[in-house]
Write a protein that binds this ligand. Structure first.
Ligand SMILES: Cc1ncc(COP(=O)(O)O)c(C=O)c1O
Length: 410
């Protein structure tokens, strides 16, 4: 982009709209942006709802779940938090709408650090090698110097046994406070951390040793996928889990920025600040001032789809994932694929051993928006590609992808 001076005088509205129109024409829908996109075309109702409230897009600062005077967009936000808390097994929760998964993760770890600090002693953050980088960003911001990776098990989730060994070793080194960052749908593999096993490990340790934990779950991807199709519960019904970050702008059909932070009642007190220039006002969020209208978008989609509507969408994404796996096997000219995935998440990572350097040719990578990343498989680092089966992905795109591999030989 060329350097642009601040204009001396204003331009005409027509001129401005013409320029914007040209920019708008170049924007591509998600369906044209490849196989590795974590968002999708927003539902028209979400756009209509947000647009309706744009003239009243005031500052939604603070948290409205305990605000008995909440009205309008504050009220809608409180209902969004309430409906999502209910989905995750929490009768009365707190929380607020964030700028996205990153903010929710930082908020969760911020609350956790402050809560554990009250306990005194040394603190360590536990995660896995697959954890989203926003968790390390949080550690940096929060001055958490000790960050340890717990290895994954064969299902690409945090290994409960290794967690036990790690906590034991760290306890011997004098660590007594553990912030544990779990993930429901890792970005690269779609796999999930087994909260059920981890909760058991934590409860066992807490009954024997003087340790305290705070478990936060990054559900940026899986939050609006997993609960609709999995029989296994991984939510607030496990007592060790304190907070969750998820994104309605990923799998919730709402445009950016529509992140959600959920936590047990009262936990945001650990980050609360008085706002002296607002009299008795208080703020207990990371963002402070934040847009209100997005609440109308989130509220409308949850009300429109309900559990059954989300389930239908997720099931069709999982069917498409199955179609991809079957198509890879049906093409006898193709070398075998190695897959990593989770049955209840719409993500698939694949590796093709026989390719030169295990990489697709640059044209195929570009055309389908695929970028390789390193993952540990059978004890070896291998290059994997990730596909996110979002509503804009079709059988046609998948067929085109396989057709583009025709010249590869077994
Ligand atoms: C697992 C996971 N966590 C967190 C994030 C960050 O979300 P956001 O980009 O909304 O901040 C992402 C983004 O893709 C993600 O995949």
């Amino acid at each position: 982009m060329a350097f642009k001076n601040f204009p001396e005088t204003g331009a005409s509205k027509e001129n401005i709209l013409d320029i914007l129109e040209n920019f708008a024409k170049k924007m591509k829908p998600y369906s044209m942006r490849g196989l590795r996109i974590y968002s999708t075309d927003p539902h028209p109702l979400a756009i209509e709802a947000i647009t309706k409230f744009l003239p009243f897009n005031r500052n939604n600062i603070g948290t409205h779940t305990s605000n008995e005077y909440a009205s309008g967009l504050q009220y809608l936000e409180a209902e969004v938090i309430s409906m999502l808390s209910n989905l995750f097994g929490l009768e009365k929760g707190d929380g607020y709408l964030t700028q996205g998964g990153t903010e929710g993760n930082i908020t969760g770890l911020w609350i956790g650090r402050n809560m554990l600090q009250e306990n005194g002693g040394k603190l360590c953050l536990l995660k896995t090698p697959l954890t989203h980088y926003s968790i390390e960003k949080a550690a940096d911001l929060l001055n958490i110097n000790k960050v340890v990776d717990v290895p994954c098990d064969t299902e690409y989730g945090m290994d409960g046994e290794k967690l036990k060994e790690t906590i034991k070793l760290l306890y011997q080194e004098g660590y007594n406070n553990f912030l544990i960052a779990l993930t429901l749908g890792y970005s690269g593999t779609g796999t999930v951390d087994p909260l059920n096993e981890i909760d058991a490990v934590i409860n066992d340790f807490q009954s024997k040793l003087k340790i305290k934990t705070y478990v936060h779950m990054d559900a940026a991807i899986g939050g609006l996928v997993y609960p609709f199709v999995s029989e296994k519960i991984l939510d607030f019904r496990y007592s060790s889990l304190q907070s969750i970050s998820l994104d309605m702008h990923k799998t919730g059909l709402v445009p950016h920025n529509a992140g959600v932070f959920l936590c047990r009642k009262g936990l945001q007190n650990f980050i609360e600040r008085p706002v002296p220039y607002l009299g008795l006002g208080k703020d207990n969020t990371l963002s402070g001032s934040r847009p209100a209208a997005i609440a109308a978008g989130c509220w409308s989609i949850i009300m429109l789809l309900g559990k059954s509507g989300f389930k239908k969408i997720v099931e069709s994404e999982l069917n498409l994932k199955k179609y991809f796996i079957e198509a890879s096997m049906a093409n006898e000219y193709l070398p075998p694929f190695i897959f990593i995935t989770h049955p209840s998440i719409n993500i698939l990572a694949f590796h093709i051993n026989k390719l030169k350097n295990s990489q697709l040719d640059p044209q195929t990578e570009k055309r389908f928006g695929l970028k390789p990343c390193w993952l540990l498989h059978d004890g070896e680092k291998k290059l994997f590609y990730t596909i996110i089966f979002m509503p804009h992905i079709t059988k046609k795109i998948i067929d085109e992808f396989f057709a583009s591999l025709k010249w590869y030989k077994k």
